[in-house]
Design a protein. Structure first.
Length: 62
């Protein structure tokens, strides 16, 4: 199997990086706001727990 020219490959990667080919915006997920999803999920979980029979039993223990 023929080996690649490592020096040439490294120079291309560096050149591409310096010219914006691997830009930060290419790695951004624009579809889902995970912070908002997590907050909504956690809020729903707390609401469900507060309305559960287990929560009422714990609350009435004291």
């Amino acid at each position: 199997m023929t080996r690649i020219n490592e020096q040439k490959a490294a120079e291309k990667i560096i050149s591409d990086a310096l010219n914006g080919y691997y830009g930060y915006d290419r790695s951004q997920n624009t579809e889902v706001n995970y912070q908002e999803e997590k907050e909504q999920r956690d809020t729903a979980a707390v609401r469900n727990f507060v309305n559960s029979s287990l929560f009422n039993k714990v609350r009435n223990m004291g």
